[in-house]
Design a protein around this ligand. Structure first.
Ligand code: ZN
Length: 733
């Protein structure tokens, strides 16, 4: 579906979280997918745990398969099969047997079944192994492709501008035909065949040995990974439930801005303005830079609201309630003296300013406790923290942290802070971490741009027809432009637009774009060009990658970066002059400041998860106090010297921290990756061929992908170098 970064200031799309682009993991529900981690060899304790869990759960107690029996079988099989296939197969056989044993449960069969399964399915010579590999690759592509096709068709009424959505359309849209595929594959033992013949790997191995692997070895690695976990259904359900509950808690967390009053009882926000924490509150702070009259008091008031949410001193009664007025400075609450909502009064209960009872932290704790249930089934990535870094991001936590610290401690930070101060005309205040004044102005009015776009693209078909032409303008050879355009279908989107790739080569990717009755407008065009960037990447990374098992890019930060390369060319595609270099420089400073802000937010998220793992029995109140301390410490270390104020808790306001299972570090890393790719494209001089070369690399580790693309691993250097240049340019009179 739509792939974009909802926190990237350059993107105006409807966004969903930045999940790893591991399309092969789609069999898991979105939440369970977050927990995909590597299960590895030699975990006899795990096996015993599984066996115990099984017998507790009441599965056939008559002939329980013990690990001792399995070990006997393994020794027997090893001797027998090495005699048959030769000693050269020893490492493969030994690792395969361990992998199968690790996931084998009593209901999979007794010792005799295990032995006969291994005898039948071990590919002991190269030819059988090649046949097996090719067959799995081809059939899994078919499975993925058709499952995806079903999902796309079932969601069509919801996604496209095709008239009313009926109740059953929502059910179709929510249905996941592939939900039980992994269970089925363990049951019919196809998963065990993969585990018997192809190696599971650790992140260390993928980072250290991966650069020397053949492409086939990489493809085998990704094949095995699909079956690296067998999490019990009730655990997956508990995790999904905790994630869902947290999402609901966040989704209802609105603040009615007209009902915020200052010391004089004045309302500085307009009626009916209802802002969701934290996204809308933060975006309002950004918008307030444009309000010369009331901007500053509005920003100060929002900061006060945010701090009360973090510290949980916010009165419970003011959350999503237009029936009360609230002074967030004194914390006084009164019945609303003015109405801006037709809704019924929330509750007839007496209005008090009793605080929200730490629900924010109780909710977060629940997601932690649910995540922890998967730990025993993930022995080599035994915490959610490990799974997020080693499995989803494939960047070790320490390395990621070092990159963030490189940005946070850059000498550019105080320089740019000074520049912001001089542009504002007053000293920085803490909410200026969201300073938005580096946005470049446009040479063209919105109306001019709308008119130009509407004339070119009165219908989705007109856009479809123009794709080859656009691609040639972006530097693709005419023949490549036609090839790519033939793989893209343009559909009329119900929402603002998204790109939906295909999962098998016989399918095309879909560009969903919004076209009004009066034709496409500029905003719609800008998004369409971004989504087209996704489609082009999807086309190359599926159809032109050497193994379909490697289809895609390392994670969504990469496809976003590639899409932004396209989006930045939107004016050029309209035949209008591109922004001048100074505008480019402003955009870079804006991105740098955004990265500086979100890097601290990510560090808070990381530290809070470590704290929870270190304090498994913590109460919500203890977690609240710990989070406040962590947020203050990180602020005091990296922000207080710049802002001249200590002990600020704003870095803990992000809603993702409550409902997204350690997802925030993806944002700053996304910025770094975007800069590296943009710089490389600039260096190469032509977008088309360079874009194609990068996108064909497929889903290897982020570092390996980036080495191939730019000659360097993922790093903050490109962002810092570009910022330094931009700073010089903007500082010049
Ligand atoms: Zn996107």
């Amino acid at each position: 579906m739509a792939t974009c970064r909802s926190d990237n200031p350059r993107s105006g799309e409807d966004c969903e979280p930045l999940l790893p682009d591991q399309s092969k993991l789609r069999y898991f529900s979105a939440v369970a997918r977050i927990f995909m981690a590597l299960l590895l060899l030699c975990a006899t304790p795990l096996l015993q745990e599984i066996l115990m869990a099984q017998s507790v759960a009441g599965s056939k107690p008559t002939d329980p398969l013990t690990s001792a029996q399995l070990n006997d079988s393994m020794r027997k099989l090893e001797t027998e099969l090495l005699e048959k296939y030769g000693q050269a197969q020893k490492p493969r056989l030994s690792s395969g047997l361990h992998q199968v044993m690790e996931f084998w449960r009593p209901e999979d069969g007794d010792a005799a079944t295990f032995e006969s399964f291994v005898r039948t399915n071990f590919a002991g010579d190269q030819e059988s192994l090649d046949t097996m590999f090719m067959r799995f690759q081809r059939l899994l592509e078919q499975l993925d492709g058709h499952m995806h096709e079903i999902s796309r068709e079932f969601a069509t009424q919801q996604d496209l501008d095709l008239g009313p959505i009926r109740s059953y359309d929502e059910v179709f849209g929510g249905y996941d035909a592939s939900a039980h595929v992994i269970d089925d594959f363990f049951q019919n033992k196809l998963a065990f065949i993969v585990l018997l013949n192809f190696p599971l790997t650790t992140l260390d191995e993928r980072i250290n040995d991966g650069p020397h692997w053949t492409r086939r070895q990489w493809a085998e690695t990704r094949l095995a990974e699909r079956f690296s976990k067998r999490i019990p259904a009730d655990v997956n359900l508990a995790i999904a439930q905790a994630g869902g509950d947290a999402g609901n808690y966040i989704a209802r967390y609105n603040v009615w801005m007209y009902h915020l009053v200052d010391g004089k009882g004045q309302r500085i926000f307009p009626p009916k303005m209802r802002l969701l924490s934290h996204w809308n509150l933060r975006d309002e702070i950004k918008a307030d830079y444009g309000d010369a009259q009331n901007g500053l008091p509005k920003q100060r008031m929002i900061q006060q609201v945010m701090e009360r949410i973090v510290t949980q001193s916010i009165p419970q009664v003011v959350i999503d309630n237009p029936q009360v007025d609230w002074n967030p400075f004194t914390n006084e609450v009164k019945p609303a003296a003015a109405q801006d909502s037709d809704g019924p009064a929330k509750s007839a209960a007496k209005i008090t300013n009793a605080s929200e009872p730490d629900l924010r932290y109780a909710t977060l704790l629940k997601t932690y406790r649910a995540s922890r249930m998967a730990d025993p089934y993930s022995p080599t990535a035994p915490t959610l923290i490990d799974r997020r870094f080693n499995e989803d991001r494939e960047i070790p936590e320490e390395r990621l942290k070092a990159m963030l610290e490189q940005v946070l401690t850059s000498p550019l930070v105080p320089q740019i802070a000074k520049l912001i101060e001089s542009r504002l005309g007053h000293p920085l205040e803490p909410f200026d971490v969201w300073y938005a004044g580096f946005r470049p102005g446009s040479m063209y009015s919105e109306a001019e741009l709308d008119a130009s776009v509407a004339k070119r693209y009165p219908t989705p078909e007109a856009y479809q027809k123009d794709i080859p032409n656009q691609l040639v303008k972006l530097g693709f050879a005419p023949e490549r432009a036609r090839y790519v355009a033939d793989h893209i279908i343009v559909d009329p989107a119900r929402g603002s637009g998204h790109a939906m790739g295909a999962e098998m080569r016989s399918e095309k990717s879909h560009l969903r774009t919004r076209v009004e009755k009066t034709g496409m407008n500029y905003k719609g065009f800008n998004i369409a060009v971004h989504e087209m960037g996704h489609n082009v990447e999807q086309t190359f990374s599926l159809n032109d990658v050497d193994y379909t098992l490697l289809q895609g890019v390392p994670n969504t930060a990469f496809t976003e970066a590639l899409a932004f390369v396209f989006q930045a060319q939107d004016l050029a595609l309209l035949g209008l002059a591109s922004p001048d270099p100074k505008n480019d420089a402003l955009k870079t400073l804006n991105d740098f400041w955004g990265t500086y802000e979100i890097a601290g937010v990510a560090l808070v998220d990381m530290a809070v998860w470590h704290w929870m793992y270190d304090h498994p029995e913590a109460t919500p109140a203890q977690l609240r106090d710990a989070t406040i301390k962590i947020a203050k410490d990180i602020w005091n270390q990296y922000y207080a010297p710049v802002f001249g104020k200590k002990d600020v808790v704003l870095l803990a306001i992000y809603s993702h921290m409550i409902d997204s299972f350690l997802y925030l570090p993806d944002y700053p890393i996304g910025h770094l990756i975007a800069f590296q790719i943009e710089e490389q494209i600039k260096k190469s001089g032509s977008i088309g061929p360079e874009f194609e070369r990068m996108a064909k690399m497929g889903r290897v580790t982020p570092d390996l992908w980036m080495e191939h693309a730019t000659g360097k691993p993922v790093s903050a250097d490109a962002l810092l170098a570009a910022t330094s240049e931009a700073f010089k340019q903007v500082s010049q009179p």
